[in-house]
Ligand binder design. Sequence first.
Ligand code: C5P
Length: 255
Amino acid sequence: SGRKIIVTSGPTHEPIDPVRYIANRSSGKQGHAIAAALAKLGADVRLVSGPVAIPDPLGVTVTHVDTARQMLAAVEALLPADAAVMVAAVADWRTETAAGEKIKKQPGKGAPVLPMTENPDILANVGHHAMRPQLVIGFAAETERVVEQAKKKLQTKRCDWIVANDVSPATGTFGGDNNLVHLISAAGVEDWPKLSKREVAERLAASGAEDSGGTAERFDVMAGVPTSRFPGGTLLRWPGLVAGMLFYSLRDRIG
Ligand code: C5P
């Protein structure tokens, strides 16, 4: 059976009142593509998706949520897992309270003041969790100093890799089908060429290894694919332990 992998995707919606919300821009295309690519490799993919306009990927178990707090609860309920890929664009803040009725315009009184409070950081929670998956991958959408900022997140959120993407308006990443990313790990920075979101997903699912040398072990951790296709497959058929050891011994050298 495949490895259990949690993927988050899409935005979260934080209600202001019954008709208004705070959200980040996110189509869910990249997260859903990653879930689909991992499922294609044989992983047991559990997608936790915020509100998106695209269909559930095939072969994936999906939990639909609205808010960051619901997303965190859904992710924690799915632990333990072998890997987590957190692609969702979670709203950093929500209003302290959501009004029960639609907030009315009050002529002459100006705009309402909405006290805000911080949302939980789902990736950081998973990275520091007692049941932390063996492989934790975060995304970082930045408009400037992309790599530098992503490196910081490796530490603060305790993840193994950060996939940093440049979302400055000129790149057309938002809502578009292409993505320009850098894969950042303790081992260093890999600059990927401009690829479709599907290609980014497939390449990430294959763990970015371009030579077959490291591919087998990383594939196995990410997806639990039949390993007979790979050199060393016999060894890797021993579930969990051997693959995990190989993964850890190789992890810092590849990337
Ligand atoms: O700090 P920043 O929002 O740029 O970090 C992005 C990464 O952290 C993404 O992987 C995103 O899914 C995750 N994240 C999260 N919960 C938050 C904010 C970000 O899981 N509240």
